[in-house]
Design a protein around this ligand. Sequence first.
Ligand code: BES
Ligand code: MN
Ligand code: ZN
Length: 485
Amino acid sequence: MMISIRLGNLSGTSPAVVAIPVLQSGAGDVTPAAPLSGEVAVETGIFLADSGQAGKAGSAGYLPRPTRTPGKVFLCGAGTGDEQGWRMAGAALARIARREPEFTVLLPEDLADSALRGLAEGIWLGDYRYRLRAEKPDEERRIESVHLAVPSTPQREEILRAAGIVSGNTNFARDLTNTPSLIKTPAWFAEQVRLRQADGLTITVREEAQLIEEGFGGILAVGQGSVNGPRFLELTWSPPGATEHIVLVGKGITYDTGGIDIKPAEYMQLMRKDMGGAAAVCAATIAAAQLQLGVRVTALAPLAENMVSGSSWRSGDVVRHYGGLTSEIHNTDAEGRVVLADALAYATAHLEPDLIIDLATLTGAARVALGTKIAALFYGDEELGLSLETASAEAGEHVWRLPLADEYLKDVFAELGDFNNAAGNPGAITAALYLREFAGPLRDRWAHIDMSAPAWASQDDGELSKGATGWGVRTLVRFLTSRTR
Ligand code: BES
Ligand code: MN
Ligand code: ZN
C-alpha cells in the first residue's frame, strides 16, 4: 500500500507530529524551509546551530518533546533545494518517521513545483521495502498518511498525482526485480504486467510456438536450456493524435546463470535482477498510459531464463535472429544482447518507430567504467542524447555518455555468423556496437543504456531502498513527458 499524501493549509489545527525540511544556503548556513514560530522555532534553531550537517540532502534529525505539542519534530535535509535534494529529504523522512502513522510536513506557501514533486516521490520511494517473510513486530507500524502543509491548487494536485504514478510504477519495477526467480519465470513476468494493465494499454505476449513461427531465434536460443520457456512481451500505449512513436526495449533475463559458460557462484547470487531493463520499460509505459501522455509508446520485453541443462545453447552455435541476421556465440554469458537483437530487429522492421531506446543490465564492464551509481548512455544523435541526459538529471538518475567508438567495430563482426556476441574489451562499448547493428536504418535514432550497476542498491541510499532500484522508470517517464511539449 502506498502512503496517502494530501495537500492543504494547516487551518488552525496543531498536529501531534511534524516534520521540518531544512535547506542549506551557499554560505553553509542551514535554515528551516518553512516559517516557524514559538518554542518550535527556538528549539529547531538551537538544534540546527549545534549540528552542522542538518541541512545536508538526505540527513535527518529528531527533537523529542514528550509533554508538549507537537510531541515530535523530525528534521530532514533538502540540500540546496533542487529537486533531487527534496527527493532525498522525502526519503530520509520516510525512514526516520517510519513508525508514525501520520504526520504533517511544514512547508513554505510558495513551495516550488519541483520541490513538491521531489518531496512526494522521495516519501513514496524511501518508504518502499520488499519482503517475503512476515513483518517483524517493529515493522508493523508504518506511515499511513502524510499531510503536506501547502495550499492546494489544481496544479499542485496534478503534480502530486503524477509523482504518485511515477513512484508507484518505480515500486512496481522494484517488486518485479526483487522477486526470486523461483517465482519469476518469463510467463510469470508477462502475467504481472498484464495484471497491472491500465486503461488504453494493449498487451501481446508471444509464446514459444509463435516465436518459432516468426523466427525469434535469439530469444529461443537463450531460453532453450530452461523448463520455463521464453516469452516476448509487447505493450502499447497509442493515444489518438500522437505524432511521435517511441519504442522502449528492455532486457528481460529472469535469471542469468551464464549458461554453459557458467558464472562463479558469487556472481550468480543476484542474477534475478537481470530483467531490470524489462521491468523499467514496462513500468514506464504503464505510467505513460496512466498519465495519458500524448505520445505513442511501445515497450518490448524479450523474456528468457539463461540456464544450464542438456538442452542449453552453446558457445560455437550460430543463432539466426528475427529478420535474418546471425550471431556467432562466443560466450553464453553474453546472452542479453542476443535477446535484445531480436527485439531491436523486430521494432525496426515492424513498428515504424521515431526513436528506439533500450535499457539493459548488460555488462559488468559498465560498472567498472562508471561505478554503481551511474548508468552508461550510448547514442549517435545529439538531440536524442541531450534530451535523455536532461530527463535523467531532473529525475535524479545519473547517466554518463560512453562512445560508440568505431575503432572497435571490426571486433563485433564474426566469421561463421554476422556478429560475435562477445567481442571482448572494452566490454560495454562492444556490446553497444553489437546492438547498434540490429537497429539497422534506425541506428541514428537509437540510444542504449547499460544499467547493470545502478539497477541494484546494496543498502538504503537516498531515495533508493536496499535491493532493486527500479532504475530508469523516472528517467523514461520524464523523457516521454518532454516529448509531449
Ligand atoms: N547480466 C550480466 C551483466 C551484469 C553483471 C549485470 C553484473 C549486473 C551485474 C550479463 O549477461 C553478462 O554476464 N555479461 C558479461 C558479458 C561477457 C561474457 C562478454 C560480462 O559483463 O561479464
Ligand atoms: Mn550473462
Ligand atoms: Zn545477463
